[in-house]
Design a protein around this ligand. Structure first.
Ligand SMILES: Cc1ncc(COP(=O)(O)O)c(C=O)c1O
Length: 451
């Protein structure tokens, strides 16, 4: 099952797309990418748009040349496309950033100095640390209740007990894919004089989202999770705090006038986009928005819903597998499923899935340490996630491989090297694609289970 659309990943750009990968047991197999929540392969149309824009690339904003003007037009029209994709209101602004983390840090620098922020303990660190970093006293982290209804009540109680300027919530959990009803949260926040930021990293690529319809004030998201891995993300929403807040990247383009003793900053978005912008990243992000907008309403959601259902059903049937949930009454989660296997180190299972089955999943704590600790899996879990290019065969392979792990265990020996499980004798080639040296993976060990 795969969408018969221009939504299959492109083999030209991504080694994960249609790639065959070596197995530790010999031979090669089609790579099953079930780590789409972390980063998603580029769409064919995104790659094509970037290739089309590349020969036109020139300096933007300040260049007088013809191609400079073309590049400027590409960049600024990408801004309009991205804003429209998330249902921006007429007076909203779209700031291009590197990713969701960047977008949230940018907004944190624009908050009223003594304004308190309310978040839940289910957040990704990117939606927790920037608020805490301003001052722990100005950030309350609420432990979510085991139900959506209970969590909404806790939010209402907290908002009644203290004056907050901002509520920051995930649009969809990067651990379970679950969501709160955003319209309800926006209404609650607004009723108590607070604004609402939605961390849309896991929502925007997988569900139609509209600032106008949800009532949210800002949404942050990443191009590399939206099938446009070219280094651009966005923060879209109200312009008031962004027009007056601390310029995020002070430099050329962010100013109207600089004198030795004083600087006059321009308004958002350029106020926060000092230096030469990532034009091709913005073009890629807009192309992804165009491609997803062109899909029939509901088709993407249905595709991922079916895959998620298959995944949950399959894993549920495997003895010793436990699926993680935040809320027992949440509806329509996105295609992100985290689970543990009784008695098994998640790092070992992930290494086995890769080495013996050519399946890519995520293991660890998913940059959500408080949530994983509360769910009783402080040692980490496994996460499988789906997207537009995922097939039912990918899902079936994962379920069968996990079941085989449970009944037979791995067929080769593994050891922990630099914090990661690896086959002890690994005949797979060390030199990877495009000159990448796979032994360098060890140097990224900090991105392993400690995350
Ligand atoms: C819910 C959520 N928020 C924020 C982020 C941070 O995104 P990025 O790494 O693109 O900045 C992630 C990344 O996985 C995420 O899943």
């Amino acid at each position: 099952m795969s969408l018969a659309l221009d939504c299959r990943p492109t083999a030209a750009l991504l080694p994960t797309a249609g790639a065959r990968v070596p197995l530790v047991t010999g031979g090669t197999v089609d790579y099953a990418n079930l780590d789409v929540a972390a980063s998603s392969p580029a769409l064919a149309s995104v790659a094509a748009r970037v290739a089309e824009a590349l020969p036109l690339y020139a300096s933007v904003h300040r260049g007088a040349g013809y191609l400079s003007q073309v590049s400027t037009a590409l960049y600024e029209s990408a801004r309009d496309t991205v804003a429209a994709f998330v249902g921006a209101r007429d007076d909203d602004v779209c700031v291009f950033t590197r990713n969701t983390t960047d977008s949230l840090s940018l907004l944190a620098g624009c908050l009223p100095a003594d304004g308190a922020v309310l978040v839940l303990d289910v957040e990704h660190h990117a939606d927790l640390l920037p608020w805490q970093q301003r001052s722990r006293d100005l950030c309350d982290v609420l432990t979510a209740a085991p139900t959506v209804a209970g969590t909404l009540q806790l939010l209402a109680d907290a908002l009644a007990a203290r004056r907050y300027v901002l509520v920051a919530v995930t649009g969809a959990s990067n651990v379970t894919g679950e969501s709160l009803p955003l319209r309800r949260v926006a209404d609650l926040a607004h009723d108590h004089g607070a604004l609402l930021l939605v961390d849309g990293a896991q929502l925007v690529p997988h569900r139609r989202f509209s600032l106008a319809e949800s009532g949210a004030d800002w949404v942050a998201f990443s191009g590399h999770k939206l099938y446009a891995p070219f280094g651009t993300g966005a923060l879209v929403g109200r312009r008031d705090w962004l027009d007056t807040g601390r310029p995020y990247l002070p430099g050329g383009g962010a100013v109207a006038q600089v004198d030795v003793g004083a600087t006059t900053w321009v308004a958002a978005p350029h106020r926060h986009e000092g230096g030469s912008p990532n034009v091709l990243g913005a073009v890629a992000l807009a192309a992804a928005c165009d491609a997803l907008s062109a899909v029939a309403p509901g088709a993407l959601e249905q595709h991922e819903r079916e895959l998620r259902g298959r995944l949950v059903e399959g894993l549920d049937d495997v003895a010793g597998v436990r699926l993680l949930r935040i809320w027992s009454d949440s509806v329509d989660p996105t295609g992100v499923v985290s689970f543990t296997v009784d008695g098994a180190d998640p790092g070992l299972v992930a290494a086995y899935l890769s080495a013996e089955h050519g399946i890519g999943v995520r293991d660890g704590r998913f940059c959500a340490h408080p949530l994983l600790a509360r769910l009783g899996v402080a040692g980490g879990a496994l996460r499988a996630s789906v997207g537009v290019g995922t097939t039912s065969d990918d899902v079936d392979r994962l379920v069968a491989a996990v079941a085989r792990f449970v009944t037979e265990g791995p067929s080769v020996e593994y050891a922990v090297v630099d914090g990661r499980h690896q086959p002890v004798a690994d005949p797979r080639p060390v030199a990877g694609l495009a000159g990448a040296d796979l032994s360098a993976v060890a140097r990224g060990a900090g991105c392993g289970p400690t995350r």
